[in-house]
Design a protein around this ligand. Structure first.
Ligand SMILES: Cc1cc2nc3c(=O)[nH]c(=O)nc-3n(C[C@H](O)[C@H](O)[C@H](O)COP(=O)(O)OP(=O)(O)OC[C@H]3O[C@@H](n4cnc5c(N)ncnc54)[C@H](O)[C@@H]3O)c2cc1C
Length: 435
């Protein structure tokens, strides 16, 4: 049985960098916070990134201390692998119903020894490595996961009890059920982040068909020293790619796929990944095909220039289609804008699609919140109160309100925590006056 308090000052929905920062800032002001994350671990997208632009600092070295701070904070309770069923207004706060999914592991007793994982003979594609590596049917999501508690995937488990026999604490529970939890909260901060547009969104690029057309999160994992390969290889045959292409706006600024807006970070992560490829493989050519490079943040334009000075080719072009040719190589039909629109077929070993950013979660009635036409949470007064949603007492942060980078997500999380604190103080003051 999961134990939580009957009431928290703040519920934070989403344990990515924005949600973690909002929880820390609200708890830092003396409020009790419940952080709810739908995945088995907190950390969001950031914990899976290799480096961050424009500093090229190690991403998990920044993210994991914050994950630990959240987990060990006296005033923050963390509930992972939990969905929000609904939140309804009750007086000035909310009554919240949550559904904790079964891990089939008794969390309170687990010591994170991984012996269950090592004993499991069944394997599935590794979600953390974007399907490139394998993980056991019972697995701790990754080395930096918090909590370090495994989750059993019933789709791959054959129920033969290897894990249960290996567990020194007897905490495998095949009969565990989902739990419904009810809790009162004074305010809510929504930080439900992002997903990428589907790989097959643009049929002409074959992202869902060609093995060597990768998604950018997979490239982050491939570049990571703790990734599936430990260095840059192409997925189909393990060959070292000598020529890599990035196709920009492969899921953004395109009304035909329902993403008319700019996803804001793609130019920067493509430049970052291109630099990292050049650092790891000096003889690999990297070409970024783009409509225009949007380097909007502090130090970003300089980062763009740095990439070019380190040999990254940046070519203004429209990519019409990607075709698989022999040996898994790819041929790109491109219209070269700076060459008067000349059309060329150019071969590359590996292609990364700079996919667009779409909302990580749509509330569909679970929260009394409005979304904009693009699906991100609406902000009625974006110029003056960028963290205030359409509902009193509910605040928003990070990519949940629209595509943005890590620094902006962190700043917005601080603003959401401050707005929530002011709201809670106002509610307490007016309750005091009534008494
Ligand atoms: C390939 C790539 C590379 C990038 N590189 C950089 C970089 O180098 N530098 C930089 O500044 N930015 C970079 N970014 C952008 C960066 O990833 C985002 O700015 C950042 O992750 C936003 O944090 P977030 O907390 O808003 O969202 P997320 O990281 O998406 O976290 C949201 C969390 O909410 C959880 N969640 C979703 N719905 C629910 C729900 N209903 N209930 C509970 N939990 C829920 C999710 O599981 C997730 O853990 C990159 C993005 C991509 C795609």
């Amino acid at each position: 049985m999961t134990k939580i308090k009957p009431f928290y000052d703040g519920l934070v929905l989403g344990g990515g960098i924005a949600g973690m920062q909002a929880a820390l800032d609200l708890a830092g002001q003396g409020f009790e916070v419940l952080l709810v994350e739908k995945e088995p671990t907190i950390g969001g997208v950031m914990v899976g990134l290799n480096k961050v632009f424009p500093t090229l600092d190690c991403s998990s070295c920044i993210c994991t201390p914050r994950m630990a701070e959240v987990a060990h904070h006296d005033r923050i309770s963390v509930l992972c692998y939990t969905d929000l069923v609904r939140a309804r207004r009750r007086n000035a706060g909310f009554e919240v119903i949550l559904r904790k999914k079964p891990r089939y592991v008794v969390e309170e007793d687990c010591i994170g020894c991984s012996l269950c994982e090592l004993a499991c003979p069944y394997f599935a594609p590794h979600e953390f490595d974007q399907g490139l590596g394998a993980r056991a049917a019972i697995y701790i999501p990754h080395g930096n996961a918090i909590p370090q508690v495994p989750v059993l995937d019933p789709d791959y488990c054959m129920l033969d009890g290897n894990c249960a026999r290996a567990c020194p604490k007897n905490c495998i529970d095949f009969a565990q059920q989902a739990e419904e939890l009810s809790v009162g909260v004074g305010s809510i901060i929504v930080a439900t982040g992002l997903r990428l547009t589907p790989m097959g969104a643009k049929k002409q690029y074959g992202g869902d068909r060609h093995a060597n057309v990768m998604n950018p999160l997979a490239m982050e994992r491939v570049q990571s020293s703790n990734g599936p390969y430990g260095h840059i290889l192409r997925p189909s045959d393990g060959k070292i790619p000598r020529s890599v292409a990035y196709v920009q706006c492969a899921g953004s600024r395109d009304q035909s796929i329902g993403v008319p807006y700019c996803s804001r970070v793609c130019c920067m992560y493509a430049l970052k990944q291109a630099i990292m490829i050049r650092h790891q493989r000096h003889d690999t050519q990297v070409t970024i095909y783009h409509m225009d490079i949007r380097a909007f943040g502090k130090g970003y334009e300089q980062f763009y220039r740095r990439a070019q000075s380190e040999g990254v080719r940046v070519v203004k072009a429209k990519v019409a289609r990607i075709t698989e040719v022999e040996n898994g190589d790819l041929s790109l039909r491109v219209e070269l804008i700076d060459e008067g629109g000349r059309v060329a077929d150019i071969r590359h070993d590996l292609v990364v699609l700079s996919q667009g950013t779409i909302p990580g979660w749509r509330p569909e009635g679970a929260l009394p919140l409005e979304v904009d036409d693009d699906g991100f949470f609406a902000i009625p007064d974006i110029a003056a109160r960028p963290a205030n949603s359409t509902a009193e007492g509910i605040f928003v942060a990070g990519v949940a309100t629209g595509p943005k980078d890590i620094p902006d997500s962190i700043v917005e999380a601080g603003a959401a925590a401050m707005e929530a604190a002011m709201y809670l103080d106002r509610v307490r003051e007016s309750a005091g006056e009534m008494a």
